[in-house]
Design a protein around this ligand. Sequence first.
Ligand SMILES: Cc1cc2nc3c(=O)[nH]c(=O)nc-3n(C[C@H](O)[C@H](O)[C@H](O)COP(=O)(O)OP(=O)(O)OC[C@H]3O[C@@H](n4cnc5c(N)ncnc54)[C@H](O)[C@@H]3O)c2cc1C
Ligand SMILES: Cc1cc2nc3c(=O)[nH]c(=O)nc-3n(C[C@H](O)[C@H](O)[C@H](O)COP(=O)(O)O)c2cc1C
Ligand code: SF4
Length: 641
Amino acid sequence: MSNAFAHVLEPVKLGSLELRNRVVMVPMGTEMGDHHGHLTDREIAYYAERSAGAGLVCTGINAVTDDYEVINEGLGRVDTDAAIPGLTRLAEAFHARGGAVSVQLTAGLGRNINNIDPERLPISASDNPHWLDPNVKCRPLATDEIKVIVQRFKEAAERCYKAGIDAIDIHGHTGYVIDQFLSPAWNRREDEYGGSVENRCRFAAEIIRAVKEGAPGLPVSFRLSVDHHFEGGRTPAESLEIAKQLEAAGLDLLMIDEGSYEAMDYVFPPYYLGDNCMMGSVRMFKENLGIPVLGCGNLTPERAESAIATGEMDFAGIGRALIADPEWALKLAEGRREDIRPCIRCNQLCVGNAFVGKALGCAVNPVVGLELERRELAPVEQPKRVAIVGAGPAGLEAARVAALRGHTVDVYEKSQQLGGVLWPAATPEFKKELRSMIFWWERQLAKLPVNIHLGTEISADSPELADADQVILATGSTPLVPPIPGLDGDNVIDVIDAHLGAELGKRIVVCGGGLSGADFALEMAEKGHSVTMVEMKDGIAEDLLMINRITLLRDLAAQNVTLITGRRVTEVDATGVKVEGPDGPVHIAADTVINAFGVRPATALVEALAGRDNVVAVGDCVQPAKVGDAINAGFEAALAV
Ligand SMILES: Cc1cc2nc3c(=O)[nH]c(=O)nc-3n(C[C@H](O)[C@H](O)[C@H](O)COP(=O)(O)OP(=O)(O)OC[C@H]3O[C@@H](n4cnc5c(N)ncnc54)[C@H](O)[C@@H]3O)c2cc1C
Ligand SMILES: Cc1cc2nc3c(=O)[nH]c(=O)nc-3n(C[C@H](O)[C@H](O)[C@H](O)COP(=O)(O)O)c2cc1C
Ligand code: SF4
């Protein structure tokens, strides 16, 4: 029977490099290198684990020089021969598995740099303001400095070549240094590196040629943000002219993406942006270029397949989905599409970790970064009877891992379905990946010796706990109901009940502006309700990662959701909500008032069983947080049994 993803999975040549399929893991920094910026065994294991999931795996960025810009701690670097042993081990790990690996090289961050060194101004094409601090003006690179950087690319490529690396990617996107030369938004030079398209592309073209010289025969790809998504930024039509110049310089593969630091959500597209969010102009590039083209961004296997089958693109660029499931392509090849663990596009522990200098993790895959140990699969010598109370993300992940390790597992859930709070949380279409997670656990648990008991509420003296060697409590949370007069009124609905289909009036006031309230407000506004949010703090969804928040706030504004911040709800009456702020009380009319004040841990069972040495509690019943925290805690608890 032919495979539904036959085009994605077809073996292909990139230049002279033979790849087992058309899936490319796009570059993603790991923060797993050593303090010299060189590859560690842990990082190599993480990458190599993904060789089954993609025909070609790209590393995250590696600096080629610190001549003019400080290389931040955590960034990879290929600027000296000391990088070669690590690169060699990386190449060997891939080749031993029949895979191929590409190293991404960067000219630096320039105006995007995060640590501004007063001694060394950020470099750029022109005297651009730093993206965050407009008072800091960048130092335009001198012509001889440009030549030095080009030479450093050649040297870095030589190192990759010596190490046996299969391909090289040039980090040309997202408004980093190379992009600062490409775009008239940042390039106002009057020498041969500025002005015409050809001149603005000269730096990039010289880099492509230098890399080809340093690494003869290796295919070279280039990442180009074809739409910067800000006023004055680059459009796809302008990007096409650039792509033609890069092709003329000898490029082998154009890797298309979108965004900039001005529109950072496109760089790490959160769930709000939806499926296949950067595919808009891929076909235009394919039709106007002779070289292969790659598209990426929340790409689904189905869209990847149709795009390749219809000649819209040549390669499927997969990023976070391959963090979440290293066997992405393997599972497609084995006809197990439904077994692919969904990336929930939360950015929580991948980008979120990188932003605070922590090694890459994953909300849905706690093995990320721990591939060397492959801990979850280690079978136990003495299997135990494990009772798990609560079938939310924490309980389900604990059940999966405990069963994988050979324990006998019973899951007790008081409701009639698996998923816990994920179920109501996932009603908006933009959160459908959370629903996919529930289905994924259902499928995985069905294959394992896990007994699921729905409609079974457990109390401290329940006989179900008596025989268990280990009890894992994952009882989640209960809604927080602050002592506000009128909050028990008929017109007030808890956010979870509201998600689950309670009847709502036209005018809705959401009390509480955290993530759950904000997502609900957006969902309702999209359905045509007139929505107001009231939040005591100065900002909406301050518990949300900055990148995701960018899209959320933009979408709330686009849906005309009224945001009232810095004001406290003091009373609810039959006609609406009274709020109090620095400028006095205001009444907001509403047909329905939503209690989204948050949740508190459901501790009844935890407290009743306190002191028993075979009981642990995980997830929201310990501390309400995010899905990723619950999953990772469930995983750890099962690992400890
Ligand atoms: C509206 C809403 C939206 C959210 N959106 C997001 C989001 O977009 N991203 C994100 O990361 N996080 C989100 N969260 C938070 C996230 O859903 C929780 O952190 C996560 O579900 C916690 O998982 P858990 O397994 O600890 O608890 P829960 O998901 O609450 O599961 C607990 C389970 O235990 C069961 N249970 C309780 N007591 C007993 C008992 N005595 N016997 C048997 N069963 C019992 C419950 O019925 C429930 O099924 C949201 C939360 C809410 C409320
Ligand atoms: C944790 C993380 C690190 C990233 N680091 C890089 C990088 O080093 N170089 C790069 O070109 N893109 C980087 N990106 C962007 C990705 O390559 C990709 O464009 C983005 O994740 C969208 O693809 P996806 O939806 O398939 O994840 C990174 C993305 C993530 C999530
Ligand atoms: S942390 Fe979230 S966004 Fe990042 S890979 Fe994991 S599931 Fe996907």
